[in-house]
Ligand binder design. Structure first.
Ligand code: ZN
Length: 322
């Protein structure tokens, strides 16, 4: 089905809309059903419309949104990537996979260059193999354009679609969709796994409509990726905060020791790691640290060899903290 999993205005639809479920596009009290916001403006003809998501076509009261089913695909064996994860990446990847299997929200917190995309592959494969649908969303078109060919290579036999403003409309159904976060507003209960990359980045971090869209586009697991999740993002998820706090207490390495050992001065990557540790400690409110990849609900402690190999994909001679 061409529009599987989407919710569209009648003007968007070029096939028979009767196969879709029509729902009111605006509630009686003026809340836009597509973006969840309640900031209507009145048209000269007296009807209200939603200005928040108007760039995807105007939602006017009295209109309908047409929601299309998202049927399963046949089971398959999807992953064609033949690379290997480092031990630290494997730990993070395993935790992520576990969350996806139990349909749990998950934060993969890792510095830039840590290989977040590759760590996602087993979880994505588990959903695709079962005939499910996966969405990978990023705030900016350039990130979508960069991600799509990497995913197409890793899942070479999987149908993949790319969605962003101005891109051609889908011509057929796809199992893996790479899209901008704004395009999530056009999906409803579609994805068995939805990954949101750069959740800390503009515009996602400041846009309640996009957060609403993410939660409504998914029907399975929601996975957030970030190098620098904001304190607000963490603290609004009290379960995460408690886990981060608990694990920060139990980690043995010190970010401040790392800095004293000169690691932060020798390598920008290491400095980024150290900054992330400090952020984690600040968020957790404790002085213990360690770190490097914060995966899911827990920080994964690792020594510097492990850190360096995670980041660089090979062993390193980084000094140990004193
Ligand atoms: Zn709206």
């Amino acid at each position: 089905m061409r529009y599987a999993g989407m919710q569209l205005l009648l003007s968007d639809i070029q096939t028979d809309p009767s196969v879709a479920q029509a729902v009111p596009a605006m509630t009686a009290d003026g809340r836009c059903v597509r973006c969840g916001q309640n900031l209507t403006i009145k048209l000269p003809i007296g009807l209200r419309y939603c200005p928040v998501c108007v760039n995807l076509g105007r939602v006017v009261e009295g209109q309908s949104l047409y929601r299309f089913d998202a049927p399963k695909f046949p089971p398959t064996s999807s992953l064609t990537w033949t690379g290997e994860l480092t031990p630290a990446q494997q730990v993070a990847s395993d935790q992520l996979l576990k969350s996806v299997q139990v349909r749990r929200e998950h934060l993969l917190w890792a510095v830039t260059g840590a290989g977040k995309t590759e760590m996602l592959f087993p979880a994505i494969a588990s959903v695709l193999d079962a005939g499910g649908r996966v969405g990978v969303a990023a705030p900016r078109i350039d990130v979508v354009r960069e991600l799509a060919p990497r995913l197409a290579q890793a899942f070479a036999h999987t149908s993949i679609g790319v969605r962003f403003g101005g891109a051609p409309w889908p011509k057929h159904d796809v199992a893996l969709t790479v899209l901008t976060t704004h395009q999530l507003l056009r999906y409803y209960h579609c994805f068995d796994l939805l990954v949101i990359d750069e959740v800390d980045a503009f515009p996602f971090a400041h846009d309640e409509a996009l957060m609403y869209a993410a939660k409504h586009a998914v029907k399975g697991s929601l996975v957030w990726l970030s190098a620098t999740p904001s304190k607000k993002f963490i603290t609004t998820r009290s379960r995460w905060q408690n886990r981060v706090k608990h694990l920060a207490e139990t980690l043995s390495w010190s970010a401040f020791a790392s800095t004293q050992a000169g690691l932060g001065e020798k390598s920008q990557v290491a400095k980024t790691i150290t900054d992330s540790v400090v952020d984690a400690v600040k968020i957790s409110g404790h002085h213990a640290s360690g770190l490097v990849i914060c995966a899911g609900y827990r920080l994964v402690g690792a020594d510097h060899q492990c850190v360096a190999s995670t980041i660089k994909g090979r062993n390193s001679k980084c000094p140990r903290p004193r």
